[in-house]
Design a binder for this molecule. Structure first.
Ligand SMILES: [Zn+2]
Length: 215
């Protein structure tokens, strides 16, 4: 056994690691999804608009800085299983690795799993490995959140287009003149953001910050 390394008997169960990662990436991904959809709703655009997407992405990154701490969820299983739990077990007179009672026996090695009773893992510290994992989890969540938001927005705009198409393809025998102007609300959470359609101009985003400007 090398000095300073954690006894291999102290392990984070695979399900706990997986759960930590899934929760951390899931929470952050959901947040990024909402943030990005809101940002895209604020930036007036319709269709693939690189400038609007870039502006919204910048805003999403800025909003993401507030939730960096959520990546700690991914570290919780390691904090518990490698650091907190062994100390608690020893305090209760149990083997730090498997929880088998050892105090009464007064032994140095656990009779159940063979772990040294006095050998406890060091306290949790944020190491380089943790920082790397943080960055990966954060980047992954950001990617998942923004990409899914873009997919939803694209699908939403396609359904607006098909609504207009089906409206225009209907014979207007007894309704002469141009088809009516339409106003679409974007999908949640950007339902405050509206898109107009008219025969003359096609699809146009409605500016958010110009209420009452005489429209
Ligand atoms: Zn044991």
């Amino acid at each position: 056994m090398t000095e300073g390394s954690i006894d291999t008997r102290f392990r984070v169960p695979a399900w706990a690691s997986l759960l930590g990662w899934l929760l951390a990436i899931g929470f952050m991904g959901f947040y990024f999804h909402i943030a990005h959809a809101l940002m895209r709703g604020l930036a007036p655009s319709f269709g693939i608009d690189a400038a609007a997407i870039a502006t919204a992405t910048f805003g999403t990154v800025a909003m993401g800085l507030g939730i960096v701490w959520l990546v700690f969820i991914a570290e919780l299983p390691e904090m518990w299983f490698l650091h907190r739990r062994p100390h608690r077990l020893v305090r209760d007179g149990r083997c730090p690795a498997c929880g088998h009672p050892v105090r009464a026996a007064g032994v140095e090695r656990c009779g159940e799993c063979g772990a040294e009773v006095d050998r406890l893992p060091p306290s949790y510290a944020v190491g380089w490995r943790a920082v790397k994992r943080f960055c990966i989890a954060f980047a992954l969540a950001f990617l998942i959140g923004t990409v899914t938001a873009e997919v939803v927005i694209a699908a939403d705009e396609r359904s607006m287009q098909s609504t207009v198409r089906s409206l225009n393809s209907k014979p207007r025998g007894n309704v002469p003149g141009t088809p009516p102007n339409l106003t679409f609300a974007r999908r949640w959470p950007a339902s405050f953001s509206k898109v107009e359609w008219s025969a003359e101009f096609g699809f146009r985003p409605v500016a958010i910050f110009s209420y009452g400007s005489g429209r």
